[in-house]
Write a new protein. Structure first.
Length: 443
């Protein structure tokens, strides 16, 4: 199958701005209910539903299993149907699940909701989001293709949206319960939490409305003889592309580094002897690096090359985590630790803003973007499955500083692997030539 020709669509700067705002808002809003809600209100959620951390973990696991199964079929689905429709349906369906969540149902219903959200957020949403973002980058002014800027803004914007909704939801929750939080009754806490869930559902639904009117309609590809090529043929064609598998390795290694940031606050407490408040602050500083780092990486990548920027980012991650693995940082080395934390976190979030932008250099046809995203995601997001147990095993096997050293050594090994994979990817892409620029909104 050859990519169908795209008719250039004139897009004003304002229209492009609104389109990206819609993608950023929807890209984070779809995960509000399954992930942002328990991240912010975990103690309240456990109390209101009267469940344990393990039981909530089981719900997350159900989501993870469904998501892993949904990544692959979600790719071809995104290539054969309008991304706007798929994402709007996913957002509305996810929002409807929130209405059920707001009734504070039983644990079994909560588990079912997480399975349901695994379908709506991944099968119907993830690949269409990546494809739509890539199309936005390919519709740059003067025929320029700007994949780095597109994905950098997407990930950085999502981080900013998450921080904003977190602040608003905490304010709303505080306003709905007595000033003396400890004196609030179970009914008051449940009612307040239910209203917060409704807020999340409403924002998710409104993001679907914004997306529907902001994105242009994207018809299905035109093919010879009105016959669609077999899905199996498209999948095989993409699976034969070495660049796709190398990109999957890049995503795995970058995502391992991202998951590894979960250990930063515990490292600060157990190794550098920070108190709990200081350690939590360190974790917050790390996460706030996401918006500026992802956006800046995207802008730099469009000027100097996505693969080259990815190589630099992996180098900084390897250097930073390698330093932590050596054990050279001792209590009192605050300046060195802070510099290491900021640069390493920035590099990690830069990678998150870059790894899907590699598709342009990898010569993935626009019409097969969804299929490629499905394959890359199935492999690339496996750290969701193995990284938690690996971290726990390394830290528990060698309590204290040695466990953290072993963990950061493992992350360093992945960063070096990602660095090598990107170098090979860059060499391969330079041999096969550069993609032609496309104007308008490619199909």
């Amino acid at each position: 199958m050859t990519d169908s020709a795209a008719e250039p669509v004139a897009l004003t700067s304002l229209r492009r701005l609104v389109m990206m705002l819609a993608l950023v808002t929807a890209g984070e809003a779809v995960f509000f209910l399954p992930f942002v809600l328990p991240r912010i209100f975990r103690p309240t959620l456990l109390d209101v539903f009267e469940i344990t951390n393990f039981q909530l973990g089981v719900a997350f696991s159900i989501y993870g299993v469904v998501a892993m199964l949904a990544y692959f079929p979600g790719g071809p689905l995104a290539d054969r149907f309008d991304a706007r429709k798929l994402m709007a349906i996913a957002l509305v369906a996810t929002s409807a699940g929130g209405l059920m969540m707001a009734t504070l149902p039983s644990l079994n219903v909560v588990k079912s909701l997480y399975g349901f959200w695994g379908l709506t957020t991944i099968l119907l949403f993830w690949s269409p989001l990546i494809r739509a973002t890539r199309q936005w980058g390919a519709a740059g002014s003067a025929g320029r293709v700007l994949p780095g800027r597109a994905f950098g803004i997407l990930d950085g914007g999502r981080g900013l949206i998450a921080a904003l909704i977190a602040s608003v939801s905490v304010w709303l929750f505080a306003a709905l319960i007595p000033a003396d939080v400890q004196a609030a009754t179970a009914v008051e806490r449940s009612r307040a939490f239910g209203n917060v869930v409704l807020l999340f559902s409403a924002v998710t639904f409104l993001s679907a409305v914004l997306l529907w009117f902001a994105l242009p309609r994207n018809p299905s590809p035109r093919v010879v003889g009105d016959q669609r090529p077999a899905v199996s043929g498209e999948i095989i064609a993409v699976m034969r592309m070495p660049s796709v598998w190398l990109q999957a390795v890049v995503v795995v290694c970058a995502y391992v580094a991202y998951k590894g940031l979960d250990d930063v606050s515990l490292y600060a407490k157990e190794v550098l002897l920070f108190d709990e408040i200081q350690a939590a602050t360190i974790g917050t500083v790390s996460m706030w690096m996401r918006p500026p780092a992802a956006v800046a990486a995207g802008l730099v990548a469009d000027r100097f090359g996505v693969s080259k920027s990815t190589i630099v980012s992996f180098s900084f991650v390897a250097a930073g985590t390698g330093l932590l693995a050596t054990g050279l940082l001792r209590p009192g080395a605050l300046v060195l630790f802070f510099v290491t934390l900021v640069t390493t976190s920035a590099a990690v979030f830069a990678l998150r803003g870059l790894y899907f932008a590699l598709m342009e250099e990898g010569r993935v046809p626009m019409g097969r973007t969804g299929t490629a995203v499905g394959i890359v995601s199935v492999v690339g997001y496996t750290p969701d499955v193995f990284m938690g147990p690996l971290m726990g095993w390394l830290l528990d096997r060698s309590p204290g500083e040695p466990g953290h050293q072993h963990l950061f050594a493992a992350i360093t090994a992945f960063a070096i692997t990602g660095l090598v994979a990107t170098i090979v990817f860059r060499s391969l892409s330079r041999k096969t030539g550069k993609l032609k620029s496309a104007s308008g909104w490619p199909r």
